[in-house]
Design a protein around this ligand. Structure first.
Ligand SMILES: [Ca+2]
Length: 236
C-alpha cells in the first residue's frame, strides 16, 4: 500500500515518500484529510483547487515512491489501484490526469491516465497499459516499458483544456493507493536507514515556483497535445 492515509497525515505516504502540490499562475490547490466516509479505513485525502490562468493553467499533487525520491523499476508490476471520487470545477474545462513521473522524461510529457470524475467513491484497478503518452515530446517517443523502468512519483493533475481558463471548485479525493501485481522493487536502494535524516516538521503549503507553458494543437477533442513546463522549486 503506497498510501491509505490511516496515519492521519498528508505529508508522507506509507513508504515515506513525500507528498507535494503546486498550482500554476493564479490557481490554488489544497489537500485536506477526510475523516468520515473514507472508502478504506478511517481516512482519505481530498484535493481541492481552482485552475486559473491565461497560459494553460493546471494544479496537481504528487507523491514520491520512496524517501530518497529515486526512480524505481515497475515493469514487473501490473498497475495502480486507487479509490477516487471527484468533481470538475465550474467556469472552465479541465481534464483529470494520473501521471507517471518517470526520470527519462524531462520535458513534462508524462504518460497519463485520463479519469472522468465520479461523485461516488469508485475503486479502480488501472493497468499500466491504460496509461497513454501525450502526442508530443519525449513521452511520445518512448514505450510503456521505458517509462515503467524508472518511475519516480505519481501525480494527479487537473489541467486546463483551453489556454485561458477559470475553473473553480475542483475536487479530487483519493484513498487506498497501491501498486498491484507485484512488489515494488527498490532497485535504486533508497538510503533509508534506521536513523532517517528527515524530520516531520514540514507544513503543507504551496511553496513552489511554477512556470507552466502549454502549447496546444487541438487536432481532435480527445487528444490533448500540450506541453507542461513546470519549474518546481520545492522549499522544504
Ligand atoms: Ca484510508
Amino acid at each position: 500500500m503506497l498510501d491509505d492515509f490511516e496515519d492521519g497525515e498528508l505529508m508522507y505516504n506509507n513508504r515515506e515518500g513525500y507528498w507535494t502540490q503546486w498550482a500554476s499562475e493564479t490557481g490554488t490547490v489544497n489537500r485536506t484529510l477526510i475523516t468520515s466516509g473514507a472508502p478504506q479505513g478511517s481516512y482519505a485525502m481530498q484535493v481541492t483547487g481552482d485552475v486559473k490562468g491565461t497560459n494553460w493553467p493546471s494544479i496537481s499533487v504528487a507523491t514520491n515512491l520512496n524517501v530518497g525520491n529515486t526512480a524505481e523499476d515497475l515493469r514487473n508490476t501490473t498497475g495502480l489501484k486507487i479509490c477516487m471520487k471527484g468533481k470538475k470545477g465550474s467556469g472552465g474545462t479541465v481534464t483529470f490526469f494520473i501521471q507517471l513521473i518517470s526520470t527519462n522524461i524531462t520535458d513534462y510529457s508524462y504518460w497519463r491516465y485520463s479519469w472522468t470524475p465520479s461523485s461516488n467513491w469508485t475503486c479502480l484497478s488501472i493497468p499500466w497499459t491504460n496509461f497513454m503518452p501525450p502526442a508530443y515530446g519525449q513521452g511520445a517517443s518512448l514505450k510503456l516499458s521505458d517509462v515503467l523502468s524508472c518511475v519516480r512519483a505519481f501525480q494527479w493533475a487537473i489541467v486546463a483544456e483551453t489556454q485561458s481558463c477559470t475553473s473553480t471548485g475542483n475536487e479530487w479525493s483519493m484513498d487506498a493507493i497501491e501498486v498491484y501485481g507485484g512488489i515494488i522493487p527498490s532497485t535504486n536502494t533508497p538510503t533509508k536507514t534506521n536513523t532517517p535524516t528527515f524530520t516531520r516538521t514540514f507544513t503543507p503549503s504551496n511553496t513552489f515556483t511554477n512556470t507552466v507553458t502549454h502549447t496546444s494543437t487541438n487536432t481532435s477533442p480527445p487528444t490533448n497535445t500540450f506541453t507542461n513546463t513546470p519549474t518546481n522549486t520545492a522549499t522544504q
